[in-house]
Design a protein around this ligand. Structure first.
Ligand code: ADP
Ligand code: SF4
Length: 685
């Protein structure tokens, strides 16, 4: 199909100093939990994005020196020449598809505890390092500043050797010395690097000048700058010092990559902000410089992208998450099929990879992180390995993705769903406050299935074992999902809570099906991800009094990994939801609950008329169990395999369910792995 001429502007080349990006699609730096530890995996992942049409593909942050080491986070590294080959793998993979490769050089300063290198951390002043490590950074003296500039320059030269086309000076978040010097609250220095903004920006200016001097003839020098920290007058703001810094340095770099800080604000989830949310902070930049400007905003709509350029907000469309969810986003626009874009849902499961020091995964893109170790391509699946028909039971994320990928492989697929609508848990959860974008998990897959003549969808079809035997498809995939427990058993409690067997006890399934508990409500969250907090928010908005009780140290504790925990607390507290951490529920007595402190066991009472218990789920596995219990009947019906996947096997995240569906589709008719490790490994020896 031809590209829509409205989108032609997105495919114009953009000159960036001495290099030219072939189009306006710019994958900004983003962490991935692989970094220097898994260089082949990282290179393959970046290469796929270049193949998918991104004109520029950048690394994650790249440490320049052992005194700025963020172990165990797995970032890129250019500590010395021995790090060059790993990054050369990445630049080669990116260049193979005609894209430019960018590297984000970073010294983490006060945000590095140097757990691996054991060097004393550095910063503009004596200060506690971030992230609760009981470690202090020491104030850099003039010699330290000279050393740091020399390290930065050496890293830039190594980056050039590794083949990079764009070299960054980074002040995009707090985790950068250059930014820490800019921050008035962090920089009380009395010398020429502190005091006035001009002084605080001196280091940034020197870094830009010296990087240009070192590599500027062949490499573009980009600056990533947070123009607003969203701290009001306590921080850098787009009306104040953010603007002044751009004014001071306007023509110095070859490219401005501008964003808001800190990282939770920058990678805002869809629960807390829409596409294009940063425009109000970054739009001024283009007016102050003739250099190209890139910015982010979880852009997935080509119309929004065009509008950003036509209205003079940005020159290049920056994307981290949209490029993770769909590495082929630019190609799809180019090929006139924007409806095939797998849109990011803004859930930050990808971010949790960095926060848990593990290879990034993506809710929408199950191939993320598997490009090298499993050879999975986001757009290509192997052709079918037999003519077997496949019956998939359940059209949640797992069943839908299995149907999509098997359909693409060419199998005849029947997808049966008990409900009138498809989507399973995302259908229910996307109706909760803030989670509307999550329906994209279903919508993308439905859009793809609609294009396939070999996939039949049966709605309102709750299948019994009898139906499955009768249908007699040789391959059966059971993706029947899960339900929430009602007994209070979860991470903390291993026996049912007395009183939870009675009335006025609700599960998330009940609430999502429309139940309205009497207030005051106790939401007991021993699940620790988003749902307990979301249900507390919903019930409060519905007008009842809510107390969220959790055995964890904070509400929605695991959402620290998705950068949401602060926003969640702010929202719940502003809605006047009471939050009681460090307590479990010992009993419910109709008009009150007995709570127990997890540290002391001390009991207290809380008046409440009902309880919503969010603890753990059980697989909906009866169909699967009944089927596999009768191997003779399966054989007689010609059913060769029955496989349970997703929540029906073990309840997990939506990302895990999509992954399970994808994996089941890829592995159908593939040679059995036996006891082999199911992926290639990057072994240090
Ligand atoms: P997952 O996350 O693993 O995809 P979900 O709970 O989101 O699981 O989806 C499971 C889907 O399976 C739900 O839409 C549910 O209605 C459907 N389902 C459950 N049991 C049956 C059944 N026996 N026949 C058809 N559909 C079923
Ligand atoms: Fe988007 Fe979620 Fe995928 Fe991250 S994990 S890219 S936020 S869909």
């Amino acid at each position: 199909m031809a590209r829509d001429p409205r989108y032609d502007i997105l495919f114009e080349p953009v000159r960036i100093g001495p290099v030219t990006a072939k189009n306006r699609f710019y994958q900004v730096p983003h962490c991935n939990g692989m970094g220097h530890r898994l260089p082949r995996s990282t290179a393959a992942m970046r290469g796929i994005k270049a193949e998918g049409g991104w004109g520029v593909v950048c690394t994650e942050e790249c440490e320049i020196h052992p005194s700025g080491d963020v172990w165990p986070a797995a970032e890129a590294r250019l500590w010395d020449d021995r790090d060059i080959p790993a990054l050369a793998l990445m630049t080669e993979a990116v260049h193979e598809h005609g894209a430019l490769a960018g590297v984000e050089l970073v010294h983490n300063g006060v945000s590095a505890a140097n757990r691996y290198s054991r060097e004393v951390p550095l910063g503009p002043s004596h200060e506690r390092t971030m992230n609760y490590d009981p470690v202090q950074a020491r104030a850099m003296d003039k010699q330290d500043i000279r050393d740091y500039r020399r390290w930065h320059k050496a890293a830039a030269l190594r980056a050039k050797k590794a083949g990079f086309d764009i070299v960054y000076v980074y002040a995009g978040h707090e985790m950068s010395i250059a930014m820490q010097f800019l921050q008035r609250r962090r920089n009380p220095r009395g010398d020429e690097y502190g005091g006035s903004l001009e002084n605080r920006a001196r280091l940034l200016r020197e870094l830009i000048e010296e990087t240009k001097e070192a590599v500027g003839e062949t490499c573009a020098v980009a600056v990533r700058l947070a123009v607003d920290e969203l701290l009001g007058p306590d921080g850098i703001t787009s009306e104040g010092e953010g603007r002044e810094i751009i004014e001071l340095l306007a023509e110095l770099p070859d490219l401005w990559d501008v964003n808001v800080s800190d990282w939770p604000n920058d990678s805002l989830t869809s629960r807390f902000g829409p596409e294009g949310d940063q425009e109000r902070y970054t739009a001024f930049v283009k007016k102050l410089t003739t250099k190209p400007v890139v910015g982010v905003g979880r852009f997935t709509s080509p119309d929004t992208m065009v509008s950003q350029i036509r209205r003079g907000v940005l020159d290049l469309i920056g994307a981290a998450r949209p490029s993770i969810a769909d590495p082929f986003l630019p190609r799809k626009i180019e090929q006139g099929r924007p409806e095939d874009i797998r849109e990011c849902i803004g859930c930050n499961i990808c971010v949790s990879g960095d926060r848990t020091f593990s290879p990034m995964r993506c809710t929408q893109n199950p191939t993320m992180g598997e490009e090298w170790r499993k050879g999975w391509h986001p757009e290509i699946v192997p052709p079918k390995g037999s003519d077997d028909a496949v019956l998939i039971v359940g059209a949640g994320p797992a069943g839908l993705e299995a149907a999509r990928a098997l359909g693409r492989r060419g199998y005849p697929v029947s997808l049966a769903e008990a409900g009138a609508e498809l989507g399973g848990r995302v259908l229910r959860e996307a109706r909760l406050p803030g989670l509307a974008e999550w329906i994209r998990v279903r919508d993308y897959r439905l859009g793809q299935l609609d294009q396939m003549s070999n996939v039949e969808i049966h709605r309102a079809s709750r299948l019994t074992p009898e139906h499955v035997f009768e249908f007699a498809a040789p391959r059966v995939i059971v993706a029947t999902g899960s339900h929430w427990r009602r007994d209070g058993i979860g991470l903390t409690l291993k026996a049912p809570v007395p009183g939870f067997e009675g009335n006025d006890i609700y599960t998330p399934d009940d609430i999502m099906a429309g139940a309205a508990p009497r207030g005051p409500v106790l939401v007991y969250d021993d699940d620790h991800f988003y749902l307990g907090g979301v249900l507390a928010e919903k019930l409060r908005r519905d007008g009842v009094e809510v107390t969220l009780v959790t055995p964890a140290l904070a509400a929605s504790y695991w959402t620290e990994k998705t950068l949401e925990i602060g926003f969640i607390h702010k929202r719940l507290l502003e809605l006047e939801v009471a939050i009681l951490p460090n307590h479990s529920v010992a009993a419910f007595r109709g008009d009150r609950a007995e709570l127990a402190c997890v540290f002391t066991g001390r009991k207290r009472e809380l008046a409440c008329a009902s309880v919503v218990t969010v603890t753990a789920r059980l697989p909906e596995e009866a169909l699967y169990r009944d089927l596999i219990a009768d191997p003779d009947r399966l054989a007689a019906a010609g059913i060769r395999s029955v496989t349970a996947i997703g929540d029906a096997l073990a309840p997990g995240s939506i990302a895990a369910a999509v992954y399970a569906g994808h994996r089941a589709a890829r592995e159908l008719d593939a040679p059995p792995l036996g006891d082999a490790v199911p992926f290639a490994r990057e072994l240090p020896l």
